[in-house]
Design a protein around this ligand. Structure first.
Ligand code: PEP
Ligand code: CO
Length: 451
């Protein structure tokens, strides 16, 4: 029987709402509590954005990545914006992920699990509640799901109706993703053709020999009669930080097949570095849904905190259920990661490990921009592979902030973007992203590491 996803009865407290008794950090302060209730009851009546069967498939894939039988590529904006949820921006982002995935598939000789920070990544944790400009202090921008970036009192006041806009933008984005990935745009021959364009640029000539190998492999498949028509469709899963608890709770449905709750706001959900305390409301909510989930682990994570998270989030040791996304910083990962890998291995319950080489490596440029250096990012990725090699565990994937556009937000890379060029096209509202070319360059370098 096909699955049916249903919301709990109106007025009843759903079984996953135990988080309400816990401390919930990073939540917006809405001026009108009744307006929040109106919005969440509307959300509860909306169709699910993703389906339980898809979520189960992704959990199985994450399990494969944990065993070294697949490799995970997660990428997308730090913060999506409503204004950029357009066909053009989304197409370029999807294209970038598909191009990277082909290079990584070749490098790893493994299936690549493609996950976007997309179709829901609209809320941000902030270190400061308030922002001051020219003597005026207003609430910080917390993402388009909460308030508007514009620096006026009106724009910065959290508005719960934005949660409905979030739902509708996520819905139209998922529609485009399905159209692109099932409608011929993901055809291996087409993606390969785009990659040829990249490596023909003289700036990237150092990747020519790997590119030529991939080209020969595609030619070989063609000659051997591989069914390219059967490879026109791919799965691209959605993910975001499960930050806004009212939204995540309101999007949770019960699967008729098993009676279990699924958070249908996205396939994969993660808890950020600032909200991952074992007793937090965020961990409590995600402990109760069936999705594959991630937790960011920064450099101060202790072995006992990590083991506590494994016990709380994956007590039965189900493969693919729990991913740790490490974001240590390039200068710390070689010391901070091995003890965690060792302790998890001794525990024995499976963990899928991915590296987020972005969030531990944020700096301010001499020209005053929040930026990251491409070479430092790659250094953390190398540290991640070295740590796993040392302990004998599996490096399961990468998690990066990127865009398909030619922005100038991260310095370095073969085009040698410098502090001055950041001003040319710095568009992010929160963290600096790899641009299209830097993303492909990273894929080529990670592919070399995977060989
Ligand atoms: C993020 O992924 O955008 C983020 C805020 O990361 P972290 O929680 O690791 O700081
Ligand atoms: Co970020």
């Amino acid at each position: 029987m096909p699955e049916q996803l249903s919301a709990p009865d109106a007025g009843s407290t759903p079984p996953w709402d135990t988080w309400r008794d816990r401390e919930a950090l990073q939540q917006p302060t809405y001026p009108d509590a009744d307006a929040v209730t109106d919005v969440t009851s509307t959300l509860r009546r909306q169709p699910p954005l993703v389906f339980a069967g898809e979520v189960d498939d992704l959990r199985a894939w994450m399990g494969a990545a944990g065993r070294g039988e697949a490799f995970v590529l997660t990428g997308g904006d730090c913060a999506e914006t409503f204004a950029e949820a357009t066909a053009d921006h989304l197409r370029l982002k999807i294209q970038t992920l598909l191009q990277m995935a082909v290079v990584l598939t070749y490098g790893a000789s493994l299936p690549v699990v493609k996950i976007g920070r997309i179709a829901g990544q609209y809320a941000k944790p902030r270190s400061q509640n308030m922002e001051t400009r020219d003597g005026v202090t207003l609430p910080s921008y917390r993402g388009d799901a909460v308030n508007s970036f514009e620096f006026t009192a009106d724009a910065r006041t959290p508005d719960p109706k934005r949660l409905l806009d979030l739902y509708h933008h996520a819905s139209s984005t998922l529609n485009l993703i399905r159209a692109f990935t099932k409608g011929g745009y993901a055809d291996l021959r087409l993606v390969h053709h785009w990659n040829r364009g990249f490596t023909q640029n003289p700036a990237y000539s150092k990747y020519e020999s790997l590119a030529a190998e991939i080209h020969r492999a595609v030619k070989f498949m063609e000659a051997a009669g591989a069914d390219f028509e059967a490879m026109r469709e791919v799965d691209l899963f959605s993910s975001h930080e499960a930050l806004l608890l009212e939204y995540e709770s309101a999007m949770t449905r019960i699967d008729s097949r098993t009676g279990e709750p699924y958070d249908t706001s996205g396939h994969f959900l993660w808890v950020g570095e600032r909200t991952r305390d074992l007793e937090s409301a965020h961990i409590e909510l995600l402990a109760r849904v069936r999705n594959p989930i991630g937790v960011k682990l920064g450099p101060t994570t202790s072995v006992s905190q990590m083991l506590g998270l494994m016990e709380k989030l994956n007590p039965d040791g189900e493969e693919g259920r729990l991913t740790f996304i490490t974001r240590m910083g390039a200068d710390k990962i070689r010391d901070a990661l091995p003890p965690l890998l060792q302790a998890a291995a001794s525990d024995g319950r499976p963990v899928t490990w991915t590296t987020d080489p972005m969030h531990g490596n944020t700096i301010t440029s001499s020209t005053g921009y929040k930026t990251r250096r491409f070479e430092t990012i790659m250094n953390e990725v190398r540290g991640f592979f070295e740590a796993h090699e040392q302990v004998g565990t599996v490096p399961g994937g990468i998690h990066v902030e990127l865009t398909g556009d030619d922005v100038t937000e991260v310095i370095g890379g073969s085009e040698k973007l410098d502090d001055e060029s950041l001003a040319d096209r710095y568009e992010t509202l929160v963290d600096p992203r790899l641009n299209h070319q830097q993303s492909l360059e990273m894929a080529f370098q990670v592919a070399e590491l995977l060989r």
